[in-house]
Design a binder for this molecule. Structure first.
Ligand code: NIG
Ligand code: FE
Length: 416
Protein backbone atom coordinates (compact mmCIF):
# COMPACT_ATOMS: atom_id res chain seq x y z
CA UNK A 1 0.00 0.00 0.00
CA UNK A 2 0.91 3.67 -0.25
CA UNK A 3 3.53 5.39 1.87
CA UNK A 4 2.64 8.48 3.87
CA UNK A 5 4.54 11.28 5.59
CA UNK A 6 1.46 12.36 7.57
CA UNK A 7 -1.12 10.10 9.21
CA UNK A 8 -3.81 11.34 11.59
CA UNK A 9 -5.91 8.52 13.03
CA UNK A 10 -8.42 7.92 15.78
CA UNK A 11 -10.41 10.89 14.47
CA UNK A 12 -13.97 11.93 13.96
CA UNK A 13 -13.19 12.52 10.29
CA UNK A 14 -15.29 14.94 8.25
CA UNK A 15 -14.46 14.14 4.64
CA UNK A 16 -16.95 16.49 2.91
CA UNK A 17 -16.36 14.11 0.00
CA UNK A 18 -18.35 14.84 -3.17
CA UNK A 19 -21.65 12.99 -3.38
CA UNK A 20 -22.07 13.59 -7.09
CA UNK A 21 -19.05 13.91 -9.29
CA UNK A 22 -17.26 17.10 -8.21
CA UNK A 23 -20.39 19.18 -7.76
CA UNK A 24 -21.15 21.48 -4.83
CA UNK A 25 -23.61 20.26 -2.21
CA UNK A 26 -27.17 21.58 -2.55
CA UNK A 27 -30.61 21.12 -1.01
CA UNK A 28 -31.03 18.19 1.37
CA UNK A 29 -27.33 17.22 1.06
CA UNK A 30 -26.12 20.75 1.88
CA UNK A 31 -25.47 19.63 5.45
CA UNK A 32 -23.75 16.30 4.75
CA UNK A 33 -20.23 16.57 6.15
CA UNK A 34 -19.36 12.93 5.34
CA UNK A 35 -18.57 12.03 8.95
CA UNK A 36 -16.50 8.87 9.54
CA UNK A 37 -16.23 7.71 13.16
CA UNK A 38 -12.77 6.44 14.16
CA UNK A 39 -11.45 7.70 10.83
CA UNK A 40 -8.00 8.40 9.50
CA UNK A 41 -6.35 10.41 6.76
CA UNK A 42 -2.92 9.87 5.22
CA UNK A 43 -0.93 12.27 3.03
CA UNK A 44 2.33 12.32 1.14
CA UNK A 45 4.22 15.20 -0.47
CA UNK A 46 1.38 17.61 0.16
CA UNK A 47 -1.49 15.52 -1.20
CA UNK A 48 -3.94 13.18 0.48
CA UNK A 49 -3.18 9.56 -0.45
CA UNK A 50 -5.89 7.67 1.44
CA UNK A 51 -8.61 7.85 4.08
CA UNK A 52 -10.30 5.06 6.02
CA UNK A 53 -11.54 3.98 9.41
CA UNK A 54 -10.56 1.76 12.30
CA UNK A 55 -7.17 0.07 12.37
CA UNK A 56 -6.72 -0.12 8.58
CA UNK A 57 -4.33 2.84 8.80
CA UNK A 58 -1.76 0.31 10.07
CA UNK A 59 -1.47 -0.90 6.46
CA UNK A 60 -0.18 2.50 5.37
CA UNK A 61 3.62 2.51 5.36
CA UNK A 62 5.18 5.53 7.04
CA UNK A 63 8.17 7.38 5.56
CA UNK A 64 11.13 8.02 7.85
CA UNK A 65 10.21 11.02 10.04
CA UNK A 66 6.51 10.85 9.21
CA UNK A 67 4.02 12.61 11.49
CA UNK A 68 1.94 9.77 12.88
CA UNK A 69 -0.64 10.81 15.46
CA UNK A 70 -3.61 9.43 17.30
CA UNK A 71 -5.86 12.47 17.69
CA UNK A 72 -7.91 10.77 20.42
CA UNK A 73 -11.38 11.22 18.99
CA UNK A 74 -11.03 14.85 18.02
CA UNK A 75 -12.49 16.22 14.78
CA UNK A 76 -10.24 16.17 11.70
CA UNK A 77 -11.70 18.12 8.79
CA UNK A 78 -10.74 19.94 5.59
CA UNK A 79 -8.95 23.26 6.01
CA UNK A 80 -11.31 26.19 5.59
CA UNK A 81 -11.65 27.94 2.26
CA UNK A 82 -12.35 31.68 2.54
CA UNK A 83 -13.62 32.67 -0.93
CA UNK A 84 -14.04 36.44 -0.42
CA UNK A 85 -11.63 38.83 1.32
CA UNK A 86 -10.21 42.31 0.80
CA UNK A 87 -6.98 41.78 2.76
CA UNK A 88 -4.70 44.10 0.78
CA UNK A 89 -5.27 47.43 2.52
CA UNK A 90 -3.74 49.90 4.93
CA UNK A 91 -5.51 51.88 7.63
CA UNK A 92 -8.54 51.13 9.76
CA UNK A 93 -11.89 52.93 9.68
CA UNK A 94 -12.68 53.39 13.38
CA UNK A 95 -14.48 56.72 12.94
CA UNK A 96 -16.69 55.51 10.12
CA UNK A 97 -17.51 52.37 12.09
CA UNK A 98 -18.67 54.46 15.04
CA UNK A 99 -20.69 56.96 12.96
CA UNK A 100 -22.36 54.19 10.99
CA UNK A 101 -23.37 52.36 14.12
CA UNK A 102 -25.03 55.56 15.25
CA UNK A 103 -26.97 55.86 12.02
CA UNK A 104 -24.78 57.06 9.12
CA UNK A 105 -25.57 55.19 5.89
CA UNK A 106 -22.79 53.11 4.27
CA UNK A 107 -23.57 54.20 0.68
CA UNK A 108 -23.96 57.86 1.74
CA UNK A 109 -20.51 57.81 3.38
CA UNK A 110 -19.11 56.31 0.16
CA UNK A 111 -20.85 58.90 -2.05
CA UNK A 112 -19.38 61.67 0.13
CA UNK A 113 -15.84 60.47 -0.63
CA UNK A 114 -15.33 58.37 2.52
CA UNK A 115 -15.64 54.62 3.02
CA UNK A 116 -13.80 52.73 0.28
CA UNK A 117 -12.20 56.04 -0.84
CA UNK A 118 -10.71 56.51 2.66
CA UNK A 119 -9.06 53.10 2.44
CA UNK A 120 -7.83 53.89 -1.07
CA UNK A 121 -6.10 57.01 0.31
CA UNK A 122 -4.48 55.08 3.19
CA UNK A 123 -3.44 52.26 0.87
CA UNK A 124 -1.93 54.69 -1.65
CA UNK A 125 0.05 56.34 1.15
CA UNK A 126 1.52 53.03 2.36
CA UNK A 127 4.72 51.69 0.80
CA UNK A 128 4.80 48.39 -1.08
CA UNK A 129 6.79 46.86 1.78
CA UNK A 130 4.25 48.00 4.36
CA UNK A 131 1.34 46.67 2.33
CA UNK A 132 3.04 43.34 1.73
CA UNK A 133 3.82 42.97 5.44
CA UNK A 134 0.20 43.74 6.36
CA UNK A 135 -1.12 41.28 3.82
CA UNK A 136 1.28 38.49 4.81
CA UNK A 137 0.32 38.98 8.45
CA UNK A 138 -3.40 38.81 7.66
CA UNK A 139 -3.03 35.65 5.56
CA UNK A 140 -1.03 34.17 8.46
CA UNK A 141 -3.70 35.17 10.99
CA UNK A 142 -6.33 33.45 8.84
CA UNK A 143 -4.14 30.33 8.62
CA UNK A 144 -3.89 30.21 12.43
CA UNK A 145 -7.69 30.14 12.40
CA UNK A 146 -7.75 27.21 9.96
CA UNK A 147 -7.98 28.92 6.55
CA UNK A 148 -5.75 27.06 4.10
CA UNK A 149 -7.19 28.54 0.89
CA UNK A 150 -7.93 32.23 0.74
CA UNK A 151 -9.14 34.59 -1.94
CA UNK A 152 -7.67 38.10 -1.85
CA UNK A 153 -9.06 40.98 -3.90
CA UNK A 154 -7.46 44.18 -5.02
CA UNK A 155 -9.93 47.07 -5.10
CA UNK A 156 -8.30 49.76 -2.98
CA UNK A 157 -6.41 51.29 -5.87
CA UNK A 158 -9.32 52.05 -8.27
CA UNK A 159 -7.14 53.56 -11.01
CA UNK A 160 -5.81 50.69 -13.21
CA UNK A 161 -2.14 51.32 -12.35
CA UNK A 162 -2.94 51.34 -8.63
CA UNK A 163 -4.93 48.13 -9.01
CA UNK A 164 -2.00 46.49 -10.78
CA UNK A 165 0.24 47.55 -7.89
CA UNK A 166 -2.13 45.84 -5.46
CA UNK A 167 -2.23 42.69 -7.57
CA UNK A 168 1.58 42.53 -7.72
CA UNK A 169 1.71 42.81 -3.94
CA UNK A 170 -0.86 40.00 -3.67
CA UNK A 171 1.30 37.92 -6.05
CA UNK A 172 4.27 38.56 -3.74
CA UNK A 173 2.32 37.24 -0.76
CA UNK A 174 1.05 34.28 -2.75
CA UNK A 175 4.59 33.25 -3.68
CA UNK A 176 5.57 32.61 -0.06
CA UNK A 177 2.29 31.84 1.75
CA UNK A 178 1.74 28.27 2.96
CA UNK A 179 -1.93 28.80 2.08
CA UNK A 180 -3.25 28.65 -1.46
CA UNK A 181 -4.00 32.27 -2.41
CA UNK A 182 -6.56 33.04 -5.13
CA UNK A 183 -6.04 36.57 -6.47
CA UNK A 184 -8.99 38.60 -7.77
CA UNK A 185 -8.91 41.86 -9.70
CA UNK A 186 -11.68 43.92 -8.08
CA UNK A 187 -11.82 46.18 -11.09
CA UNK A 188 -14.87 48.28 -10.23
CA UNK A 189 -15.16 48.85 -6.48
CA UNK A 190 -15.95 52.59 -6.45
CA UNK A 191 -15.76 55.41 -8.96
CA UNK A 192 -12.72 57.69 -8.52
CA UNK A 193 -13.56 61.41 -8.63
CA UNK A 194 -11.95 62.18 -12.02
CA UNK A 195 -14.48 59.90 -13.75
CA UNK A 196 -17.66 61.33 -12.25
CA UNK A 197 -18.78 62.67 -15.62
CA UNK A 198 -17.60 59.73 -17.67
CA UNK A 199 -18.29 56.43 -15.96
CA UNK A 200 -17.80 54.42 -19.12
CA UNK A 201 -14.28 55.78 -19.51
CA UNK A 202 -13.50 54.33 -16.08
CA UNK A 203 -14.77 50.91 -17.14
CA UNK A 204 -12.76 51.12 -20.36
CA UNK A 205 -9.63 51.79 -18.27
CA UNK A 206 -10.40 48.77 -16.09
CA UNK A 207 -10.76 46.63 -19.21
CA UNK A 208 -7.43 48.02 -20.41
CA UNK A 209 -5.66 46.50 -17.40
CA UNK A 210 -6.75 42.96 -18.32
CA UNK A 211 -3.98 42.44 -20.85
CA UNK A 212 -1.26 43.00 -18.23
CA UNK A 213 -3.15 40.91 -15.70
CA UNK A 214 -3.27 37.97 -18.06
CA UNK A 215 0.32 38.42 -19.27
CA UNK A 216 1.70 38.56 -15.71
CA UNK A 217 -0.86 36.03 -14.35
CA UNK A 218 -1.85 38.51 -11.66
CA UNK A 219 -5.42 37.34 -11.10
CA UNK A 220 -7.69 34.42 -11.85
CA UNK A 221 -10.94 36.31 -11.48
CA UNK A 222 -12.51 39.74 -11.96
CA UNK A 223 -14.98 41.26 -9.49
CA UNK A 224 -17.21 44.36 -9.36
CA UNK A 225 -19.41 46.08 -6.76
CA UNK A 226 -22.80 46.04 -8.49
CA UNK A 227 -24.95 48.19 -6.26
CA UNK A 228 -27.32 51.17 -6.31
CA UNK A 229 -25.25 54.31 -6.85
CA UNK A 230 -22.00 52.37 -7.37
CA UNK A 231 -22.00 50.37 -10.64
CA UNK A 232 -25.00 48.96 -12.47
CA UNK A 233 -25.31 45.79 -14.52
CA UNK A 234 -25.09 47.61 -17.86
CA UNK A 235 -21.86 49.33 -16.89
CA UNK A 236 -20.25 46.09 -15.75
CA UNK A 237 -21.36 43.88 -18.66
CA UNK A 238 -18.51 44.92 -21.03
CA UNK A 239 -15.93 44.45 -18.27
CA UNK A 240 -17.10 40.93 -17.51
CA UNK A 241 -17.41 40.04 -21.18
CA UNK A 242 -13.81 41.15 -21.72
CA UNK A 243 -12.65 39.25 -18.62
CA UNK A 244 -14.26 36.04 -19.82
CA UNK A 245 -12.83 36.53 -23.29
CA UNK A 246 -9.40 36.87 -21.67
CA UNK A 247 -9.92 33.52 -19.94
CA UNK A 248 -10.60 34.90 -16.47
CA UNK A 249 -13.43 33.91 -14.14
CA UNK A 250 -15.85 36.57 -12.89
CA UNK A 251 -17.59 37.03 -9.56
CA UNK A 252 -19.49 39.96 -8.12
CA UNK A 253 -20.66 41.85 -5.09
CA UNK A 254 -24.30 41.26 -5.92
CA UNK A 255 -27.41 42.78 -4.32
CA UNK A 256 -25.65 43.44 -1.02
CA UNK A 257 -27.71 46.43 0.10
CA UNK A 258 -30.35 46.69 -2.64
CA UNK A 259 -31.80 44.42 -5.29
CA UNK A 260 -30.26 45.66 -8.53
CA UNK A 261 -30.73 42.45 -10.50
CA UNK A 262 -27.12 41.43 -9.90
CA UNK A 263 -27.80 37.81 -8.90
CA UNK A 264 -29.65 37.13 -12.16
CA UNK A 265 -26.86 38.92 -14.04
CA UNK A 266 -24.30 36.65 -12.30
CA UNK A 267 -26.22 33.63 -13.58
CA UNK A 268 -26.53 35.00 -17.12
CA UNK A 269 -22.84 35.76 -17.36
CA UNK A 270 -21.83 32.39 -15.84
CA UNK A 271 -20.09 33.86 -12.80
CA UNK A 272 -17.90 31.66 -10.60
CA UNK A 273 -19.90 32.94 -7.62
CA UNK A 274 -22.43 35.60 -6.63
CA UNK A 275 -21.45 37.19 -3.34
CA UNK A 276 -23.48 38.89 -0.57
CA UNK A 277 -26.90 38.39 -2.26
CA UNK A 278 -28.68 39.60 0.89
CA UNK A 279 -31.26 41.39 -1.25
CA UNK A 280 -31.34 39.05 -4.25
CA UNK A 281 -34.79 38.72 -5.83
CA UNK A 282 -36.65 35.41 -6.11
CA UNK A 283 -35.81 35.42 -9.84
CA UNK A 284 -32.15 35.95 -9.02
CA UNK A 285 -32.14 33.04 -6.58
CA UNK A 286 -33.82 30.76 -9.15
CA UNK A 287 -31.34 31.80 -11.81
CA UNK A 288 -28.37 30.94 -9.57
CA UNK A 289 -29.94 27.56 -8.80
CA UNK A 290 -30.41 26.73 -12.48
CA UNK A 291 -26.72 27.34 -13.19
CA UNK A 292 -25.60 25.86 -9.83
CA UNK A 293 -23.64 29.03 -9.11
CA UNK A 294 -22.53 29.29 -5.47
CA UNK A 295 -24.01 32.12 -3.42
CA UNK A 296 -21.26 33.32 -1.10
CA UNK A 297 -22.93 34.59 2.06
CA UNK A 298 -21.05 37.24 4.03
CA UNK A 299 -22.78 37.55 7.38
CA UNK A 300 -19.89 39.58 8.84
CA UNK A 301 -20.79 42.65 6.78
CA UNK A 302 -24.50 42.40 7.63
CA UNK A 303 -23.52 42.11 11.28
CA UNK A 304 -21.06 45.03 11.29
CA UNK A 305 -23.03 47.36 9.04
CA UNK A 306 -26.38 46.40 10.51
CA UNK A 307 -28.42 45.50 7.43
CA UNK A 308 -30.66 42.41 7.29
CA UNK A 309 -28.46 39.34 6.74
CA UNK A 310 -29.00 37.02 3.77
CA UNK A 311 -31.56 34.32 4.56
CA UNK A 312 -29.70 31.09 3.89
CA UNK A 313 -32.93 29.07 3.93
CA UNK A 314 -34.04 30.73 0.67
CA UNK A 315 -30.90 29.52 -1.05
CA UNK A 316 -30.84 26.02 0.42
CA UNK A 317 -34.55 25.55 -0.39
CA UNK A 318 -33.96 26.65 -3.98
CA UNK A 319 -30.94 24.29 -4.33
CA UNK A 320 -28.40 27.08 -4.72
CA UNK A 321 -24.97 25.96 -3.44
CA UNK A 322 -24.23 28.06 -0.35
CA UNK A 323 -20.73 29.13 0.63
CA UNK A 324 -19.53 31.33 3.49
CA UNK A 325 -16.69 33.85 3.62
CA UNK A 326 -15.33 36.44 6.02
CA UNK A 327 -15.40 39.38 3.54
CA UNK A 328 -12.52 40.62 5.73
CA UNK A 329 -12.15 44.34 4.94
CA UNK A 330 -11.68 47.51 6.99
CA UNK A 331 -15.10 48.98 6.16
CA UNK A 332 -17.92 46.49 6.38
CA UNK A 333 -16.40 43.37 7.89
CA UNK A 334 -13.24 43.46 10.01
CA UNK A 335 -13.95 39.81 10.71
CA UNK A 336 -11.14 37.43 11.64
CA UNK A 337 -11.38 33.86 10.54
CA UNK A 338 -13.82 31.33 9.18
CA UNK A 339 -14.94 29.95 12.59
CA UNK A 340 -16.65 33.30 13.22
CA UNK A 341 -18.13 33.31 9.71
CA UNK A 342 -19.50 29.82 10.45
CA UNK A 343 -20.99 30.94 13.75
CA UNK A 344 -22.63 33.98 12.12
CA UNK A 345 -23.79 31.87 9.17
CA UNK A 346 -25.75 29.82 11.68
CA UNK A 347 -26.95 32.51 14.11
CA UNK A 348 -27.69 35.24 11.54
CA UNK A 349 -28.37 33.45 8.25
CA UNK A 350 -30.07 30.31 9.50
CA UNK A 351 -27.70 27.63 8.23
CA UNK A 352 -27.45 24.50 10.34
CA UNK A 353 -23.98 23.97 11.86
CA UNK A 354 -23.30 21.20 9.33
CA UNK A 355 -24.49 23.29 6.39
CA UNK A 356 -22.17 26.05 7.59
CA UNK A 357 -19.22 23.64 7.66
CA UNK A 358 -19.99 22.50 4.09
CA UNK A 359 -20.31 26.18 3.13
CA UNK A 360 -16.87 26.90 4.60
CA UNK A 361 -15.10 23.96 2.94
CA UNK A 362 -16.23 22.10 -0.18
CA UNK A 363 -18.81 24.63 -1.36
CA UNK A 364 -16.39 27.49 -0.76
CA UNK A 365 -13.82 25.58 -2.81
CA UNK A 366 -16.34 25.46 -5.66
CA UNK A 367 -16.87 29.22 -5.30
CA UNK A 368 -13.15 29.57 -6.09
CA UNK A 369 -13.12 27.08 -8.95
CA UNK A 370 -11.22 24.61 -6.74
CA UNK A 371 -14.03 22.15 -6.12
CA UNK A 372 -11.91 19.27 -7.37
CA UNK A 373 -8.66 20.27 -5.63
CA UNK A 374 -9.38 21.15 -2.02
CA UNK A 375 -12.25 21.48 0.48
CA UNK A 376 -12.60 17.72 1.06
CA UNK A 377 -10.51 14.94 2.56
CA UNK A 378 -10.30 12.75 -0.52
CA UNK A 379 -7.27 11.03 -2.10
CA UNK A 380 -5.60 13.22 -4.69
CA UNK A 381 -6.53 16.58 -3.15
CA UNK A 382 -4.23 19.04 -1.43
CA UNK A 383 -3.62 17.88 2.13
CA UNK A 384 -5.26 20.91 3.76
CA UNK A 385 -6.37 19.63 7.14
CA UNK A 386 -7.58 21.10 10.42
CA UNK A 387 -7.69 19.30 13.77
CA UNK A 388 -10.30 20.75 16.13
CA UNK A 389 -9.93 20.74 19.87
CA UNK A 390 -13.29 19.01 20.25
CA UNK A 391 -15.05 15.79 19.28
CA UNK A 392 -18.12 17.71 18.06
CA UNK A 393 -17.71 20.05 15.08
CA UNK A 394 -20.95 21.82 15.91
CA UNK A 395 -18.98 23.66 18.59
CA UNK A 396 -17.62 25.85 15.78
CA UNK A 397 -21.05 27.44 15.55
CA UNK A 398 -22.06 27.10 19.17
CA UNK A 399 -19.03 28.22 21.18
CA UNK A 400 -18.52 31.41 19.19
CA UNK A 401 -14.96 32.67 19.47
CA UNK A 402 -13.69 29.60 21.35
CA UNK A 403 -10.10 28.56 20.52
CA UNK A 404 -11.03 25.36 18.72
CA UNK A 405 -8.32 25.23 16.05
CA UNK A 406 -5.73 22.84 17.49
CA UNK A 407 -3.62 22.03 14.41
CA UNK A 408 -3.51 23.23 10.81
CA UNK A 409 -1.79 21.45 7.91
CA UNK A 410 -1.40 23.29 4.60
CA UNK A 411 -0.38 21.03 1.69
CA UNK A 412 0.58 18.39 4.25
CA UNK A 413 2.87 20.63 6.31
CA UNK A 414 2.11 21.72 9.85
CA UNK A 415 1.32 25.41 9.42
CA UNK A 416 -0.20 26.33 12.79
O1 NIG B 1 -17.77 43.44 0.49
N1 NIG B 1 -19.32 46.44 -0.60
C1 NIG B 1 -18.30 46.48 -1.21
N2 NIG B 1 -17.11 46.02 -0.83
C2 NIG B 1 -16.80 45.57 0.50
C3 NIG B 1 -16.59 46.71 1.45
C4 NIG B 1 -15.41 47.50 1.13
C5 NIG B 1 -15.18 48.64 2.08
O2 NIG B 1 -16.11 49.23 2.65
O3 NIG B 1 -13.98 48.98 2.24
C6 NIG B 1 -17.83 44.55 0.97
O4 NIG B 1 -18.68 44.82 1.83
FE1 FE C 1 -16.51 42.24 -0.31
Amino acid sequence: MTEADLVLHGARLLTCAPLRAERPRVGPSAGDVGAVPDGWVAARDGAIVATGHGETHAQVARTAGAIDRDVAGRVVMPGFVDPHTHLCYAGERWEEFATRRSGADYLAVLAAGGGIHATVRATTAASDEELLALLVRRIGDALELGTTTIEVKSGYGLEPEAELRQLRIIAGAKATAPSDVAATYLAAHALPAPYTDDRRRFVRGAIGALETIVAEQLAESVDAFVEKGVFDVDEIRPLFAAAKKAGLAVSLHADQLNDVGAAAFAARIGARSADHVAHASADGVRALARKEIPAVLLPGSAFFVGYPPPDARRFVAARVPVALATDHNPGTSPLEGMPTAIALGVTLCGLTPHEAIVAATINAAHALGRGDRTGALVAGRRADIVVLDTDDERELAYRMGAPLIAEVYAAGKRAA
